[in-house]
Design a protein around this ligand. Structure first.
Ligand code: C2E
Length: 720
């Protein structure tokens, strides 16, 4: 291959003519116009010099010995690797035949003899300039093509009326449409009408403003190159689509250049990112972020349209226990099943309030917390109805692998605009209402209301007060006698705590004990009760009365306190009360909570020698197996069974059965809430051992008990 000659500053012309005079004249003429020249005496030399020197122009005589000018011209044009230089052929005359042959051989131009020398000079310069321009154009065109080949986009030219002037398919645009179907056609024949209209509007806007602009559109995947319109009707079902972005730039007053890029992948990625950001990965339903945005939009919409909406906040009761006992996998499956059931329950057709309510309004905020937005609420009842349906849906057992799981849900509801005017407040209030629902016994739905806020405020104040109650000596104990049914003699007392609140007066334990449990204050309060009751029992003994068993209630939190045994031991030790005179009342719920730990604690307490009984029997699990295992001494039949006696035959049967069963297990039975003589007679008939209730003695201060004991009611301490 020949080396490329260095770039020249002046043009070099190859003069090929066998006539020395002609060559001389030509050289002279070229020099006059500032060009360099080299000579060739015949066709063979001309070809050799052409290859060797790569001249910028060739002046080629037609008639030469050996190889004539036409042949030389053809050969020169055949040299593909050589830069294309313009060739001016010098013909003997201007007859048509030789002119035609010259062009056919690849000549750029011709001059005929006799030569007009001054004009030839200008002609040569002109051809050189034209050739230069063509070379530059060719380079620009090559660069252009290289750029287009390098980018994946399809490009087109279009006039202001929407006709494609040019269409070049990008290398990544496979199955949209091809250039032969576009060039010369109108947008309407190529694109679906709606997209064609938008594109034409954009073309005109770009021409008017002379600014770059773009538009996005979707096309169904056709799988071939036919115009979309022709194929459009073929799709019976919604076909998959591809997304495109067309960028339009004006290339003149009435023409635009369009670059079309397939942005399907980008859209897919964006969608994926959106899904990750807005969907809960476990259940696939919207997450907290998505819910907050939906809520925000709903707030704006409702504010504008003067409408109401409700936010439902649902939490599963005891989900933590399921997670802890059956494992996180089961917990996850349960959450998935719950969200599926919620999805079904909140389907538009299921909602009375509005047809638009759908899954987009359902979300999982995290853990076992779900929210539902009910827009366009006409009546509060509609929100309660939805809550009720959700609650009912949750109650149906969940079958997960080989577990049948029963759950219930607590739901809180906040209303716009009544409860709050911003998203955070509405969500917070729905959450608060949910907690309220839980504290009212779970499996409940509650509306948030300002009165609820008041309740919570007073709850907070109560807590602050309770913290001080112990220090300020505001707690005191009342004692309720327990009577042996057969002899009507007092055999024991139950200690019941009271709180003398400085402003509110006497507060019942049913109000403050749950609060004490919630806050953990039950542990110090419980210890105080235990010590006070033990000391009181000793005081009665010291005063010359008979020994008397004192019963103290133990809440679940106290029972789980690892120092319990120690506290009991130290109360007995410090007061000197014999262990068998202390009765600890436990509820079934407390015992069932964690069977293994319960057994250990019970074992320790039995080891100390205290008397253990089950309180409120019949209201909870009422499991005989457990009673046997826990090895307690007595059970107390809940007052709800006694209160209907003797009329309520069902409760009578239950009471009788409990007594018989307890005796079978060698347990003593205490009937609680005995309010009438009739009840006492019936209980005696059933063989009940002990009784307690207003009929036999109300909860009373220690001096009243002392009096009762002194009045002759013998304290017959059960040796059992
Ligand atoms: N209707 C009716 N009620 C009767 C009758 N006889 C007694 N009662 C009431 O029934 C409750 C019996 O106590 P409980 O079942 O252990 O139920 C207790 C117990 O669970 C808890 N509690 C009371 N004192 C303490 C304590 O010191 N520690 C703990 N952890 N809980 C306590 O508070 C609950 C309520 O205590 P109180 O309000 O004192 O209510 C007492 C008592 O006043 C009757 O004939 N008719």
């Amino acid at each position: 291959m020949m080396a490329t000659p260095p770039p020249r500053t002046r043009g070099l012309v190859l003069v090929a003519d066998d006539d020395p005079v002609m060559r001389l004249l030509m050289l002279e003429m070229l020099s006059q116009v500032g060009l360099d020249a080299v000579e060739a005496v015949d066709g063979v030399q001309a070809l050799a010099r052409y290859q060797e020197l790569a001249p910028d122009l060739v002046l080629l005589d037609v008639e030469m010995p050996g190889m004539d000018g036409f042949t030389v011209c053809r050969e020169m044009r055949r040299l593909e690797t050589h830069p294309v230089a313009p060739i001016i052929m010098v013909t003997g005359g201007d007859e048509l035949e030789s002119v035609t042959r010259a062009y056919e051989a690849g000549a750029t131009d011709f001059v005929s003899k006799p030569i007009n020398w001054p004009i030839l000079g200008h002609r040569v310069l002109y051809v050189l300039r034209a050739s230069d321009a063509i070379t530059r154009l060719r380079i620009a065109d090559a660069q252009h093509r290289a750029v287009l080949a390098a980018i994946p986009d399809t490009f087109f030219r279009m006039n202001k009326d929407g006709y494609y002037l040019d269409y070049e398919q990008g290398h990544e645009a496979s199955d949209v449409f091809s250039s032969d179907l576009c060039v010369g056609r109108h947008l309407n024949d190529v694109l679906p009408p709606e997209i064609a209209r938008r594109m034409l509007d954009k073309v005109r806007a770009v021409l008017e403003t002379q600014r770059i602009s773009s538009l996005d559109y979707e096309l169904p995947v056709t799988g071939g190159a036919a115009p979309l319109r022709a194929r459009h009707g073929e799709h019976a079902v919604a076909p998959p689509v591809r997304h495109f972005e067309a960028r339009l730039v004006a290339t003149g007053p009435s023409e635009v250049l369009g670059l079309v890029r397939d942005i399907s992948e980008r859209k897919r990625t964006e969608e994926q990112i959106r899904r990750l950001a807005y969907c809960d990965s476990l259940t696939g339903i919207p997450n907290r972020q998505a819910f907050l945005e939906t809520l925000e939009a709903e707030l704006v919409r409702s504010r504008k349209g003067n409408k109401k909406f409700a936010v439902l906040f649902m939490d599963l009761d005891a989900f933590k226990r399921i997670n802890d006992t059956l494992g996180h996998d089961v917990g996850d499956h349960l959450l998935m099943a719950v969200s599926e059931r919620l999805r079904e329950t909140t389907r538009p057709s299921d909602l009375v309030s509005r047809t638009e309510v759908g899954i987009s309004n359902l979300a999982r905020l995290g853990g076992d917390e779900f929210t539902i937005l009910i827009p366009d609420l006409e009546r509060v009842e509609n929100a309660l109805n939805v809550a009720h349906r959700v609650k009912e849906a949750m109650r149906r057992p969940f079958q997960l692998d080989d577990h049948e799981i029963f759950v219930t849900a607590s739901i809180g509801i906040s209303l716009y605009p009544e409860d709050g005017e911003d998203c955070n407040s509405l969500l917070k209030f729905a959450d608060t209402a949910m907690y309220h629902a839980k504290s009212c016994g779970k499996n409940n739905a509650k509306l948030y209301s300002s009165s609820l806020t008041m309740q919570i405020m007073s709850h907070v104040q109560l807590e602050v007060g309770l913290r001080k109650a112990l220090q300020n000596d505001e707690l005191y104990l009342l004692y309720q006698p327990q009577i042996a049914v057969a002899s009507t003699r007092i055999v024991g007392v139950e200690a019941l705590v009271r709180w003398r609140h400085p402003e509110r007066g006497i507060i019942s334990p049913t109000e403050f004990i749950p609060l004490a449990e919630e806050t953990g204050l039950i542990v110090p309060i419980g210890e105080w009760v235990l010590r006070t009751a033990c000391r009181q029992a000793m005081d009665w003994q010291v005063l010359g009365q008979r020994p008397l068993r004192v019963a103290v209630n133990l809440s679940a939190k106290q029972f789980k306190d690892e120092n319990l045994t120690q506290i009991v031991l130290s109360a007995l030790h410090d007061t000197g009360l014999p262990a068998h005179l202390l009765e600890l009342e436990l509820t079934e719920g407390t015992l069932m909570d964690d069977a293994r730990a319960t057994m250990v604690t019970l074992e320790q307490l039995r080891g100390i020698g205290v008397y253990l009984s089950i309180d409120d029997f019949g209201t909870g699990y009422s499991s005989m197996n457990y009673l046997k295992r826990f090895n307690v001494r007595a059970l107390k039949i809940d007052k709800s069974f006694i209160s209907g006696l003797p009329q309520d035959s069902e409760n009578a049967a239950i009471t009788r059965a409990i007594i018989a069963m307890a005796h079978g297990l060698k347990l003593a039975v205490v009937a609680e809430g005995v309010e009438t003589g009739e009840q006492l007679v019936l209980l005696e008939e059933y063989g009940c051992d002990l009784a307690q209730g207003y009929h036999l003695g109300r909860p009373s201060p220690p001096e009243i008990i002392a009096q009762m004991l002194g009045d002759g009611a013998a304290a017959a301490i059960a040796a059992s």
